[in-house]
Design a protein around this ligand. Structure first.
Ligand code: SF4
Length: 398
């Protein structure tokens, strides 16, 4: 598929909008009413700390809604106001946050249903309005919606589009895109759809496996089996790993993405030498600022003298999970929750999700005595949700 031609046709169809419908002032007002919090604003002004009784809250210096998510949510609300009567769909949850998605559902903005990862577009009718989420949609989905003559409201974050441009560049220069991401994540599915030859690696360990293969230390059958769901059609590791460029899912751990980039650069340097490096490796820079800032703030937060950490964000939110990983790596007792409802004031309990595990209930999670709790939240979490969590902690410690 000529992805550039498809995008061009959609963008010039007269039924495509990627700017929204309202002014920045109207947009800020609408979001402020729904999601901002005076408590959080005052904590920010007080150097991100708050003390009440025996409880001290230490907020990360960067947390919560990022620019891309704010814009996507605002555009979704505007779309409903602009099309008050039309049927409105989203190809996925607009962001990974239950409270935002419930709010949109109450506005009768529907999500296209999916079974076993395959979406069913049959309910989408000619002329319906369809919102593409902040992490984008595949080019095949866009093409299908274009053919149905739907009005497409594209909230794809420009940082995500930047990754798509990167893989398009790899394709144009016949480099294989090595994508650092989760092969099933919606953003990576979209990035894959714009790439030519690609291979998705989840972490540094998988990248090292691929690097070893490039250097002649691998087993072809084992490679093909290991990555069977993570490479492009017709991918041949003996042919398609000769020229590689790196791209990433924007919400992966920044330090790991950088290490993977360096690893492949060194691998190609070793194999082909410095004179030919540029023929075999394409440098990249597609790490999103917001992800980077939140991770850096988390690294500073875990250096503080904390008794515990609460990480707030959707359980399927990649950037939130990476924040939780930082807490775990630093051996700080931490609780990942998606909504304030996971905390029971009456029972002093928290229902939380440890990494790679199901939800578990921890009773008496707030101990007696002085307590410092670090708090951060993923890029899809509104301030109001963070404030509600803090208010519950205050009630338990009072
Ligand atoms: S986390 Fe980064 S890429 Fe994702 S929506 Fe926010 S700004 Fe965009």
């Amino acid at each position: 598929m000529d992805t550039q031609a498809v995008k061009h046709a959609i963008q010039h169809s007269g039924r495509y909008n990627r700017r929204g419908f309202e002014s920045p002032t109207q947009r800020a007002k609408a979001l402020g009413e729904s999601y901002q919090s005076n408590l959080i604003a005052s904590i920010r002004e007080n150097n991100f700390t708050y003390q009440e009784g025996r409880l001290k809250i230490q907020l990360a210096k960067s947390f919560g809604f990022c620019w891309g998510v704010e814009r996507a949510v605002a555009m979704a609300y505007e779309t409903r106001r602009h099309y008050p009567k039309e049927t409105i769909w989203m190809t996925n949850e607009i962001i990974h946050n239950p409270s935002v998605n419930n709010h949109l559902s109450r506005m009768n903005v529907k999500i296209i249903s999916a079974k076993n990862g395959i979406k069913d577009f049959s309910a989408v009718s000619h002329g319906d309005v369809v919102i593409l989420p902040a992490f984008g949609a595949t080019v095949q989905e866009m093409q299908l919606l274009h053919e149905k003559e739907c009005h497409i409201i594209d909230t794809t974050c420009p940082w995500v589009s930047k990754v798509w441009h990167t893989v398009e560049k790899h394709k144009k220069h016949t480099f294989t895109s090595i994508i650092h991401g989760k092969y099933k994540h919606e953003e990576t599915l979209a990035t894959r759809s714009f790439a030519g030859n690609y291979l998705v690696v989840f972490d540094l360990a998988e990248a090292e496996y691929v690097s070893n293969y490039i250097l002649g230390n691998g087993d072809r059958d084992h490679f093909l089996q290991k990555f069977s769901k993570a490479f492009s059609k017709g991918f041949d590791p003996d042919i398609h790993l000769e020229r590689v460029g790196v791209a990433n899912q924007t919400t992966m751990l920044k330090s790991e993405t950088e290490e993977i980039g360096k690893l492949f650069e060194n691998t190609m340097l070793k194999k082909y030498g410095p004179v030919h490096l540029n023929d075999h490796f394409l440098a990249f820079n597609t790490i999103c600022d917001a992800t980077e800032e939140r991770q850096d703030a988390m690294f500073s937060l875990v250096d503080e003298d904390l008794d515990m950490l609460v990480v707030i964000g959707g359980f399927n939110s990649s950037n939130t999970t990476h924040l939780q990983e930082i807490a775990v790596t630093n051996n700080i007792q931490s609780f990942h929750i998606d909504t304030p409802d996971r905390i029971s004031v009456e029972n002093n309990s928290i229902c939380h999700k440890p990494l790679e595990s199901d939800l578990i209930l921890k009773k008496d999670f707030i101990p007696d005595g002085e307590l410092t709790v670090g708090i951060t939240s993923g890029a899809s979490t509104p301030d109001k949700v963070v404030a509600d969590v803090i208010e519950k902690l205050i009630k338990i410690t009072n």
